[in-house]
Design a protein around this ligand. Structure first.
Ligand code: CMC
Length: 425
């Protein structure tokens, strides 16, 4: 029997069904709230609101659990590559051998971008932030692939999905090289997804380039860890844009824009800047005090999360990977020592304990990226390459949902009531 919540307003009571998911907290279904009471709910930042039903990713923030289609992310990192994970997120199951081959073939057949799209890059200043280029170029894909814009056609949705997953590394590597004044690269379809990305990033026409397998494995792992994270700001942005029936390329461009902010995907860039600003271990207590000071806007970047009130499982894997990569590449990075000490001090500090602030995925990723010679401006770009899989999986799920309708939140209006026009003298 469905449990119900009773809401009483001015002596009148209404019943609100309580819905049960397969895991996690139940939700109160308030869809009839306005119709029955004339009232809206108020929840800025959606801290208590489930915006949709989804079967893709599950997070238990208190226990520090992250599941993609039911599989703990650690198991996927140990047993899969990124394209397995992409297939899983989109189709719901781990691909069999022939499914994987077919999927890989389709992705590699879409890695190139239209030659005319390449000329768009010339319009950007050389010192443009690569995320600005990503927003522009991915949005511009809508102008090139008219044969995958019919969102009611399942096949066209699939082609658009594969195009986006395939072209994101190409566009990201082009943005990186454009900003360095280097020739824009072409993909190499014989390589794996991660190897191809690295080759496009770092190879030059004048030199031979061998992808380091340690680096390729590290990037693949980073891609898996960033592939999806249920209804975060950028995914919700993609869903909201998609709910208006905008085309998938435009929707993903809106997701990239939302990801850019330092409170979301931009945090990994900010972590590295913060570690450099701290500079030496003896300065850590000073920065911890700044982070605790209510009158100081400074926050410990890479710490805290809306959902995780425990160690972010991705951060745990990233921390281990960070040690492995640095050791295997023979790199000694003093920033890693500062990060470890900062984490230790913060985790013992009553402020961070009381507010349940733990390292998140961004805390260690910047150090790995630095070891791989990837500059900070590219960190969020790489996040966007990986997260495209989650965005398209969530967008496809929404498009196939018969209950889907345009997202249209309401507001608590605090402005002037109606008034008569009068120009001030
Ligand atoms: N340093 C210091 N204090 C913090 C921090 C931090 N990093 N994060 C949260 N707090 C405090 C905050 O001041 C607030 O205190 P009070 O209750 O006294 O007002 C309390 O903890 C709760 O913070 P909040 O801002 O209300 O929590 P939120 O859920 O709205 O914000 C967050 C989550 C991730 C935006 C925030 O923790 C933050 O700004 N962290 C730093 C940026 C960062 O690392 N972002 C990456 C997020 S993970 C990657 C991703 O998913 O994109």
């Amino acid at each position: 029997m469905t449990r119900k919540a009773i809401l009483t307003i001015d002596g009148k009571s209404i019943e609100l069904p309580i819905l049960q998911g397969s895991c996690g907290p139940e939700v109160i279904d308030i869809r009839n709230l306005h119709q029955e009471t004339g009232l809206f709910s108020y929840d800025p930042g959606f801290t208590s609101t489930a915006s949709c039903a989804s079967a893709i990713t599950y997070i238990d923030g208190d226990k520090g659990i992250l599941l993609y289609r039911g599989y703990p992310v650690q198991q996927l990192v140990d047993n899969c590559d990124f394209l397995d994970t992409a297939y899983l997120l989109i189709h719901g199951e781990i691909p069999g051998v022939s499914e994987k081959e077919k999927f890989e073939r389709s992705i590699s057949s879409h890695t190139m971008v239209h030659e005319q799209l390449r000329s768009f890059f010339q319009g950007f200043r050389r010192d443009a932030h690569p995320m600005a280029i990503m927003v522009g170029i991915v949005g511009a894909l809508s102008a090139f692939y008219h044969d995958s814009l019919d969102i009611d056609d399942v096949e066209q949705r699939e082609i658009a999905t594969h195009r986006l997953i395939a072209k994101m590394p190409t566009i990201a590597a082009m943005a990186f090289n454009y900003c360095r004044g280097r020739p824009l690269p072409y993909p190499q379809n014989g390589l794996s997804y991660a190897q191809n990305f690295l080759k496009m990033m770092f190879s030059l026409p004048s030199e031979s380039y061998q992808v380091n397998p340690i680096v390729a494995r590290a990037i693949d792992r980073i891609f898996i860890l960033h592939a999806d994270h249920e209804q975060n700001a950028s995914t919700s942005t993609v869903r909201l844009a998609g709910s208006s029936r905008a085309n998938p390329f435009a929707c993903i461009a809106s997701g990239i824009a939302a990801l850019w902010g330092p409170a979301h995907g931009g945090a990994n860039e900010a972590v590295l800047a913060m570690l450099r600003q701290i500079g030496t271990k003896d300065k850590i207590p000073e920065f911890i005090e700044k982070a605790k000071n209510k009158n100081d806007p400074f926050r410990l970047m890479g710490f805290g999360h809306r959902v995780y009130k425990n160690y972010d499982p991705r951060a745990r894997i990233m921390r281990k990977s960070c040690h492995e990569v640095l050791e295997q590449l023979g790199i000694h990075d003093p920033l890693l020592e500062i990060a470890i000490e900062l984490e230790k001090i913060a985790l013992e500090d009553p402020y961070f304990i009381e507010k349940k602030l733990y390292p998140n995925v961004d805390f260690y990723s910047g150090i790995i990226f630095s070891a791989l010679e990837i500059p900070p401006s590219m960190f969020t770009v790489i996040f966007s390459v990986a997260r495209t899989v989650g965005w398209v999986a969530q967008w496809n799920e929404m498009m196939a949902d018969p209950a889907q309708k345009i997202g249209r939140p309401r507001q608590l209006y605090l402005g002037h009531p109606e008034r008569k026009f009068m120009r001030p003298s």
